[in-house]
Design a protein around this ligand. Structure first.
Ligand code: SAM
Length: 276
């Protein structure tokens, strides 16, 4: 019998945010893998579990994976935990999970907290459709380039940010998104200084700069969806699209498709199509 690899979610701050199942798995496995063994020892102490923990982090994930696969093949059960939240979500474990699945080993997720879902659930921003991008690039040029590519997205955008860059990132967001977008800063979730602020970007910059303490802690940033179509961009798109569509089909059908693609009213598209 081969062993099982459990991917166990642990708290993102408040140590009581752990499921009964997660505790049972941590208690029962042969090996616990954790990013920072000292950090995870505090969780185990809180849970009254005394067990040794083996280090598994981004710098040793690749070299340790083969040995871990060997342990699983020999029947050992293993729990992977990270410093906070769900492993693999901006945390180590992806390489290990891929290799374990390639070997036909059982990988069982034990669900629990993740900062992005926790933040989204209380942000007041649209939760029906969203994109999570992990950490933004630390270099300004790359960060601005990425932010620019997100301007016309029609779903909530979520990313993680460190306190070191929170102000620089908000400033870049102001350059890119201007002042009419709602943004949520979800800070220190589940901890004593939890703050969930949804406001315009200039107001959030004001909030961060009025008190240096406001820049401390762990952040999730959420940007509201673009609910307005860029009419100039849509018109340009319509100009190039309509002649192509009209060459292939009647004006009515072409107008219907063009309206769907550009977001411009169907009647307006039809008028343009018959006057080509
Ligand atoms: N695996 C974690 C998860 O499931 O959310 C994320 C780990 S990632 C290395 C750490 C980042 O997650 C932090 O820099 C911060 O952006 C975000 N984060 C983690 N805990 C948080 C908390 N309590 N409040 C706000 N953001 C948090």
């Amino acid at each position: 019998m081969t062993g099982t690899l459990f991917i166990v979610a642990t708290p993102i701050g408040n140590l009581d945010d752990i499921t009964f199942r997660a505790v049972e798995v941590i208690k029962s496995v042969d090996i616990i893998l954790a990013e920072d063994t000292r950090h995870s020892k505090k969780l185990l102490l809180h849970l009254d579990i005394s067990k040794s923990i083996s280090a598994f982090h981004e710098h040793n994930e690749r070299e340790k994976t083969q040995a871990i696969i060997g342990e699983l093949k020999s029947g050992k059960s293993i729990a992977l935990i990270s410093d906070a939240g769900t492993p693999l979500i901006s945390d180590p474990g992806y390489f290990l999970v891929v290799q374990a699945k390639k070997e036909g080993l059982r990988v069982i997720p034990i669900p629990g907290p993740s900062a992005l879902i926790t933040a989204l659930s209380a942000s007041g921003l649209a939760s029906d459709s969203f994109t999570f991008l992990g950490f933004l690039p630390s270099k300004k040029t790359a960060r601005l380039k990425l932010l620019n590519s997100l301007v016309s997205r029609t779903e909530t955008i979520i990313f993680y940010e460190s306190p070191k860059r929170i102000l620089a990132t908000l400033s870049d967001m102001y350059i890119t998104f201007g002042d009419d977008r709602e943004v949520c800063l979800a800070k220190e979730l589940t901890k004593t200084f939890e703050t969930i602020h949804t406001d315009s970007i200039p107001n959030l910059i004001k909030y961060l700069t009025t008190d240096q303490n406001h820049q401390k802690g762990e952040f999730v940033i959420l940007i509201s969806a673009n609910d307005k179509i860029d009419i100039v961009e849509a018109e340009t798109q319509l100009d190039s699209l309509l002649p192509i569509l009209c060459a292939e089909m009647g004006a009515s059908k072409a107008a219907k498709i063009a309206a769907k693609i550009t977001g411009i009213d169907k009647k307006q598209c039809y008028k343009r199509a018959i006057n080509l």
